[in-house]
Design a protein around this ligand. Structure first.
Ligand SMILES: CCCCC/C=C/C(=O)SCCNC(=O)CCNC(=O)[C@H](O)C(C)(C)COP(=O)(O)OP(=O)(O)OC[C@H]1O[C@@H](n2cnc3c(N)ncnc32)[C@H](O)[C@@H]1OP(=O)(O)O
Length: 282
């Protein structure tokens, strides 16, 4: 999959303005800085950037667009001032529609394969909370800059659900194995400060603009590196995890469908949704 993307790695000419590649009618926007050639992909699904089918499809399309336009890098961020992404939209999994839930999980697989396997350098400007699926998106990138006083982590066990293997291996590609295992079992959410201390994020910034600038600086470190050599190196390092999901996509989908339809899981998701609603009315 990544091999075809490598064809796009011919350096592009740089101009001095920024241009909008996607329209705001979608749940994502892509803005390319023509000075740096770096694309910023912004998630924009109020209220919390819950990853539903449509947002996942738009994220996937935007990543493909960025790959196709020979951008020099991809920065993932959110238009919400306090939330990067609340993770998977629980309404997609609670009392699910039979057809839609299959499309939903397939779209999530597509996004992960495209982002984790992206041929361009990737960074996340984490400008708010980033639980579960939000953490998956951030850790699929090569670099993370986070704003203070937010939280990030894979909290699935706290919801009574189990993160699939590829969520775990993405997490483990960033954190030491022992720490990743403990955090996954605990469903631990790290504060920005804790995330920085353990290496779950690389830097802290005081504003979204600063976070984006730091991400761009990281991407800039590859300016003098041959893009094809860099992409092939990244591809080799990530090949095992990517191949595992590519080979087991159907089984992964069936496993998810079986799991999510278990009465105990449905009950747990219902209780969790109620607790989120109660929190909102307090
Ligand atoms: C079965 C196998 C699957 C394995 C993989 C699963 C991966 C996942 O991603 S599961 C989802 C995990 N996500 C969470 O646990 C996050 C839950 N949300 C929160 O913790 C908070 O909402 C917040 C920190 C993200 C934001 O807090 P705050 O700014 O205070 O906003 P509210 O809590 O008031 O939320 C506003 C609004 O949005 C609804 N909502 C929040 N998160 C989700 C979500 N993930 N899915 C659907 N809806 C969500 C929340 O209920 C509020 O709704 P209203 O009360 O109707 O306004």
């Amino acid at each position: 999959m990544m091999r075809s993307k490598l064809m796009n790695l011919v350096p592009r000419a740089v101009a001095t303005t920024s241009r909008q590649m996607s329209t705001a009618t979608k749940l994502t926007t892509v803005q390319v800085d023509d000075k740096t050639g770096i694309a910023t992909l912004t998630m924009n699904r109020p209220p919390v950037n819950g990853l539903n089918l449509e947002l996942l499809r738009d994220i996937h399309q935007s990543i493909e667009e960025i790959e196709g336009n020979k951008s020099r890098g991809l920065i993932l961020t959110s238009s919400n001032p306090t939330i990067f992404s609340a993770g998977l939209d629980i309404f997609e999994m609670y009392k699910p529609d039979k057809e839609r839930i299959r499309a939903f999980w397939t779209a999530l697989q597509d996004v992960w394969l495209a982002l984790y396997g992206s041929s361009v350098p990737t960074a996340a400007a984490i400008n708010g909370h980033s639980p579960a699926g939000g953490c998956l998106l951030a850790t699929s990138c090569e670099y993370r800059v986070m704003l203070p006083k937010y939280t990030i982590g894979l909290n699935e066990t706290k919801l009574g659900i189990v993160a699939p293997k590829w969520f775990m291996s993405t997490f483990e590609s960033v954190l030491p194995r022992r720490l990743a295992e403990r955090a996954l079992n605990q469903g631990r959410m790290f504060t920005t400060e804790e995330a920085l201390a353990v290496g779950l994020v690389d830097e802290v910034a005081n504003s979204k603009e600063e976070a984006i600038a730091k991400c761009a600086q990281f991407i800039g470190t590859f300016a003098k590196v041959n893009p094809l050599a860099r992409a092939l190196t990244k591809q080799q390092l990530r090949a095992e995890e990517l191949k595992q999901l590519e080979d087991e996509r159907v089984q992964d989908l069936e496993k998810f469908i079986f799991f999510v339809n278990q009465p105990a899981v449905q009950k747990g998701l219902g209780i969790y949704l109620e607790s989120l609603k109660k929190k909102a009315t307090k």
